[in-house]
Write a protein that binds this ligand. Structure first.
Ligand code: HEM
Length: 146
């Protein structure tokens, strides 16, 4: 990328976009008792700010997140919260709704959505057992049915 190419941060309209996106996302979280229960703080505003500053930094905006929180280490920071496939989908549902509310040009929306999908999958830290074990017990129960 050359230095004259606008960053995604600039293309989406800078800080106002991220303020609006994370506000919409946290309205979704607030309305979802299963996700809401994960948040240790009564007030969601500090979590909203951390997510916003992280996303602004990630997409080429100011590095305030780094100054406040240091290296993101996001996977590590999510370990205290059990995130299974269902929780990941809840997160993605709220983020997808928040994103489409922003009415970005399709290509930009797709860029952000691809990132969120990958990032959310990588945050999963509870899997339904060991994949090999799952495959094996499936085979055994299939045999038992015969
Ligand atoms: C997959 C489902 C996810 C769940 C259930 C989840 C849940 C949480 C919770 C409960 C917190 C603690 C609130 C706080 O103190 O800030 C948190 C923090 C955070 N999450 Fe997630 N999260 C998920 C995915 C993601 C993804 C995909 C991203 C980035 C794209 C992300 C970015 C962050 C950030 C930046 C913080 C604050 C980290 C810090 O500086 O302490 N999360 N998340």
């Amino acid at each position: 990328m050359t230095s004259t190419e606008p960053t995604v941060y600039e293309q989406v309209g800078g800080e106002p976009f991220f303020i609006s996106l994370t506000a919409a996302f946290y309205r979704g979280v607030e309305s979802d008792p299963v996700m809401r229960a994960l948040y240790p703080e009564g007030d969601l505003a500090p979590a909203e700010l951390r997510l916003r500053l992280f996303l602004e930094q990630y997409w080429g905006g100011p590095t305030t997140y780094h100054e406040m929180r240091g290296h993101p280490k996001l996977r590590l920071r999510h370990f205290p919260f059990p995130i299974d496939a269902e929780m990941r989908n809840r997160w993605l549902t709220h983020m997808g709704a928040a994103l489409s509310e922003q009415h970005l040009p399709q290509e930009l929306e797709d860029t952000l959505w691809r990132y969120f999908t990958m990032a959310a999958i990588s945050m999963e830290n509870v899997t339904e057992g060991d994949p090999m074990e799952r495959a094996f017990s499936q085979t055994v129960s299939d045999e038992e049915k015969q």
